[in-house]
Design a binder for this molecule. Structure first.
Ligand SMILES: [Zn+2]
Length: 294
């Protein structure tokens, strides 16, 4: 018989791996879900990652292959698209350059899709030469709208945030947005803080709040698997502002890194599902900003 603590440890690990949602443990490995109120917009989830695909009268626009460490997810993704349409995949759009979202695109490339990403994503990927990641065919710097058949997908670079290559994707007609890692839904940003740009991130969230959309598909399932809304964006903005303000004071008292990481808490957020796991990453990043200048 296993000691009780060990059993709890394993359960907690599974909980974290699945994105901190108790319901996630009951979910199938993958699923495709049509977004309510549309007849052409789908969320493809595999494990703890999600992508959006849009079916048009002239082909499919897919986003993020989500194949890092799970290359089988990509062939499953294509199979799931084939279940709802005979149309070919014309485009694959990268949300940003992080491998957990964009690795594994080869099956889409082989099927003839064109890959689109922000300019900096291509520059970085060209340097890294990851064997599992397809280089973008086309890049953009500020904005581009992909018109295909009866719909349009607007790609906007809102500046630095979670990464330096993030594209905010918006379907103006359907009023649906797809945003990866810089807007979490009902969970706090954690490990991904490491290479983020906290001050500029706040500015890009304000731009998202000013845009016209109603539902947001996140790159990791939201709390309870739900989609996001503007309140979720406001909540993340407030969280970043609160964390930043707290650490700024401590940093200017010379308490970064160790003292802040050991002692500082953000009790207002203690009931968020991943608070304990996320807090050290958040504090370290803000110590980097206010205690170091980076
Ligand atoms: Zn990321």
């Amino acid at each position: 018989m296993l000691p009780k603590l060990y059993v709890i440890g394993v359960a907690a690990l599974a909980f974290v791996a699945l994105g901190g949602s108790a319901q996630a443990q009951q979910r199938p490995r993958f699923e495709s879900t049509k977004v309510e109120g549309t007849d052409n917009v789908y969320v493809f989830r595999y494990g703890n990652r999600q992508a959006m695909f849009v079916v048009t009268t002239q082909g499919v626009i897919a986003t993020d292959p989500i194949g890092y460490g799970q290359l089988q997810a990509v062939t499953t993704y294509l199979d799931e698209i084939k279940k709802v349409t005979n149309q070919p995949v014309k485009y694959v759009i990268y949300s940003h350059h992080h491998f957990d979202h964009i690795a594994g695109g080869k099956p889409f490339k082989d099927a003839g899709a064109r890959f689109v990403a922000h300019k900096r994503a291509r520059e970085r990927l060209a340097l890294l030469k990851d064997p599992h990641t397809v280089l973008p065919d086309e890049t953009l710097e500020k904005q581009r709208t992909i018109k295909l058949g009866n719909t349009a997908l607007e790609l906007t670079y809102l500046g630095l945030n979670h990464s330096d290559s993030t594209l905010f994707m918006r379907l103006p007609k359907e009023k649906i947005a797809f945003a990866v890692d810089f807007i979490s839904v009902g969970t706090l940003p954690g490990r991904g803080m490491i290479d983020s740009y906290p001050l500029e991130w706040e500015a890009s969230l304000k731009k998202v709040l000013a845009m016209d959309w109603e539902k947001l598909i996140p790159g990791h399932p939201g709390a309870g698997g739900r989609l996001g809304n503007k309140q979720d964006v406001q909540d993340i903005l407030t969280f970043l502002q609160d964390a930043s303000a707290e650490v700024k004071v401590a940093a200017r008292e010379g308490k970064c890194w160790d003292q802040v990481e050991k002692e500082l808490k953000l009790p207002k957020y203690a009931n968020w599902p991943n608070y304990e796991q996320a807090l050290p990453f958040v504090l370290r990043r803000y110590c980097g900003l206010w205690g170091r200048g980076t």
